[in-house]
Design a protein around this ligand. Structure first.
Ligand SMILES: NC(=O)C1=CN([C@@H]2O[C@H](COP(=O)(O)OP(=O)(O)OC[C@H]3O[C@@H](n4cnc5c(N)ncnc54)[C@H](O)[C@@H]3O)[C@@H](O)[C@H]2O)[C@@H](O)CC1
Ligand SMILES: [K+]
Length: 512
């Protein structure tokens, strides 16, 4: 699924209009026809239904006039409300406004009660920025409280198409129909929460024009299954890589079990959990296929010579996972810093491993390895010094800047996870599952990514494929146990099935 920014979308439209000669009015006509087709699929025929179309001053409003005309021709009972001074209409929007006026479609002033079956929200589209104020605010509040089926044209009015930021008064739609490509605001919260279903339609921007654009965005959809490394039949366990996991500490032996088990369940040939000797017994009690290595301790917790032992072991390993449940002791921090700067094998750094380098992120520039970082938003806040609020304002930008600056692959975990590759390409997960917000879920993700890495996947492929499989496994676990009751053990046991069958991780987002 293609994702483009607002300015890239304008570029696509310009290319269609200027380079290919597609008239802009035709794009608007197609947008309106496609919108109505999608609407009728959801609500049944519009004939005989009361439809109220709210139109803003831009081309989103222009789409609204064309939709009103087409719905009228299909025998719907259509009313239009303008949210702007009619004299300021321009271009294609003005053309369509003049047509509906000549057709005699009734207009009603903003401000009255709304009583209809379907509301078409064509107030603001991709041109919206800032906040909703004035009569648009009271109108949107009335739309949201109307009880009608609400269908938004392109994006719910009040949501920023570039960032997903939602103005305090923004439309909550049952259906949103967008055109040519998704925008980041369809995928990122809070915008993602402003529609129930998203349909992307074709408006005759030529396929080649869309395909040629390297937008720098991508969606982690089912097509990402192709990133799962292929397995040769003529193989042995060495073919699929050896992974070492520096994980676990007193009170967090489960992180060691979940993460190292996930490595094996994701297809690695061998996995070894290197854990403080004081928790070895607890870890071994839950592991059979994963090997273990005891790390030296002093006074019950990890001792600094652990770093030498790990670096020695790594000579015979293919990949490293470090950080899940290792705690925040000085020795754990020093061990992580040495692993980051001295290890040469592809490495996944998670959880306390990320906390260890917070405040000294310049160490990341000294790395000799391919590095994947998997922070959740609070860990990312510690890493960058940015507030959580600031990151949430534009997570794509924050993730991209960090990945490019430190030349790492970054998996920024939140309700919507964003993966940023070293070249700045950003991959956005298209759905969320509150059941994944459970202790140990991140350990499983780190293990899956390490498992893919050990089979030779490139870092960004391991990260994107890992996020896909984690979501798919989460959906399988949710089906069996529900969002409330599913635990990381359920998630872990669902990982093999996620590899086996195609799970539609974004059933609410469709293309036609
Ligand atoms: N350009 C094209 O070829 C096509 C455009 N299409 C439609 O055109 C839309 C984009 O059109 P526009 O660029 O005209 O943008 P919009 O229709 O989103 O409207 C922008 C207008 O709203 C105003 N505005 C922005 N933020 C505001 C705020 N906070 N408070 C009050 N006013 C605000 C702007 O000053 C501008 O006048 C798309 O979303 C889509 O619906 C479709 O018709 C397909 C073809
Ligand atoms: K809209």
């Amino acid at each position: 699924m293609k994702v483009v920014s607002v300015s890239q979308m304008r570029g696509l439209e310009q290319a269609a209009i200027e380079d290919c000669g597609v008239p802009s009015l035709l794009l608007m006509e197609n947008a309106a026809a496609g919108f109505l087709m999608a609407l009728e699929r959801e609500t049944g025929p519009v004939a005989g239904k009361k439809i109220h179309v709210f139109c803003g001053r831009g081309n989103n409003g222009g789409d609204g006039f064309a939709i009103a005309r087409m719905a009228h021709n299909l025998h719907a009972d259509v009313t239009i409300t303008l949210l702007f001074d009619e004299a300021s209409a321009e271009g294609d929007a003005k053309t369509n406004l003049e047509i509906v006026k000549k057709m005699g479609i009734p207009f009603s002033a903003a401000g009255g009660g709304i009583s209809c079956d379907i509301i078409v929200d064509a107030i603001f589209g991709t041109g919206f920025h800032g906040e909703i104020e004035g009569n648009a605010k009271s109108c949107i509040d009335a739309i949201n409280n109307s009880g009608a089926f609400i269908a938004s044209v392109d994006i719910p009015s009040g949501v920023s198409a570039d960032t997903g930021h939602a103005s305090a008064s923004s439309v909550f739609a049952d259906l949103c129909v967008t055109f040519a490509a998704l925008k980041p605001g369809h995928l990122l919260f809070p915008g993602r929460g402003h529609f129930q279903k998203l349909i992307k339609g074709n408006i005759s921007v030529p396929r080649e024009v869309i395909n040629e654009l390297r937008s720098g965005y991508d969606v982690i959809d089912n097509s990402k299954r192709e990133l799962i490394p292929k397995r040769e039949t003529n193989s042995h366990k060495g073919s699929f890589g050896k992974a070492l996991a520096f994980v676990g500490s007193a009170g967090m032996s489960g992180a060691a079990v979940l993460s190292s088990s996930a490595i094996l369940k994701s297809g690695a040939g061998m996995a070894t959990a290197a854990v403080p000797e004081t928790v070895l017994g607890a870890v071994c009690a839950h592991l059979t296929s994963v090997m273990t290595v005891p790390l030296p301790c002093e006074n019950g917790s990890l001792a600094e010579p652990a770093a030498d032992l790990l670096l020695e072991k790594l000579k015979h390993q293919d990949v490293l996972l470090a950080g899940c449940g290792i705690g925040t002791s000085d020795a754990a921090k020093k061990t992580i810093c040495r692993l980051v700067t001295e290890n040469e094998k592809p490495m996944v750094l998670d959880a306390d491993g990320l906390n260890a380098v917070s405040g000294c992120t310049e160490l990341l520039l000294e790395k000799k390895c391919e590095l994947i970082l998997t922070p959740h938003i609070v860990e990312f806040s510690r890493l960058t010094g940015l507030t959580v609020l600031k990151i949430k304002e534009n997570p794509i930008l924050a993730a991209r800047e960090f990945a490019q600056k430190f030349q790492v692959t970054l998996v920024l975990k939140d309700a919507v996870t964003v993966v940023a590759a070293k070249d700045g390409t950003v991959f956005i997960s298209p759905s969320s599952n509150s059941g994944l917000a459970t202790a140990g879920s991140g350990d499983v993700l780190a293990g899956i990514i390490t498992g893919l890495l050990s089979q030779g996947a490139r870092p960004e492929h391991a990260a994107v494929g890992g996020v896909y499989l984690h979501l798919a496994a989460g959906n399988i676990a949710r089906k069996a146990k529900g969002e409330y009751g599913m635990t990381s053990e359920d998630l872990l046991s669902s990982v093999p099935a996620a590899f086996m069958e195609e799970i539609d991780i974004a059933p609410d987002i469709k293309e036609w």
